[in-house]
Design a protein around this ligand. Sequence first.
Ligand code: GRF
Length: 193
Amino acid sequence: MSLRIGVLASGKGSNLRNLVERGLLVSAVATNRPSCGAAAFARDRGIPLGEFSQRGFDSLEQRDTAMRDWLLGLGVELVVNAGYDRILSGAFIDAFRGRMLNVHPSLLPAFGGGMDAVQQALGRGVKVTGCTVHLVTEDVDAGPILLQAAVPVLPDDTAETLHARIQVEEHRLLPEAIHLLEQRIDSTRASLR
Ligand code: GRF
């Protein structure tokens, strides 16, 4: 069964675009950066877009509560962080526990906890890096891992060329992880019936 997906995004939105173009049920997009590429894509496709700039709220908790309630109001059952650049507060994570994924551009636990995982991998001279899709918990970039893909680092790689190859793998992995999680949620529901 397909669940209604809410995507959180702050960046150019290639993962969001990929999910939509593969026919996944993206019912809502929430962003903290209304001028980002992901927000433009959502507007263009007529996908409900929630704009949650921090300056509209007194605290992170208030913003996350508003974002949570907006997503729940649209019937979102599964949340995908696809390039969302803020740490989520406990109340948000609680509402979607076990139903929220993040995609990160490294083989976690290597190079977690920051925004520059690709640059860090290059800086450390690793020969292989990649991407990870994991469940979101309070521990940043450290929730249970669902899927990973390895990407070789080439001698003349820049952060841009390496990130581009990692994103090819992200675009393959994220939809697969969503299907896996949907199946898992489905069988949990069936066993409770
Ligand atoms: C991806 O590389 C993802 O791993 C990271 O942010 C990037 C988002 O890319 N968390 P995009 O906006 O989906 O193109």
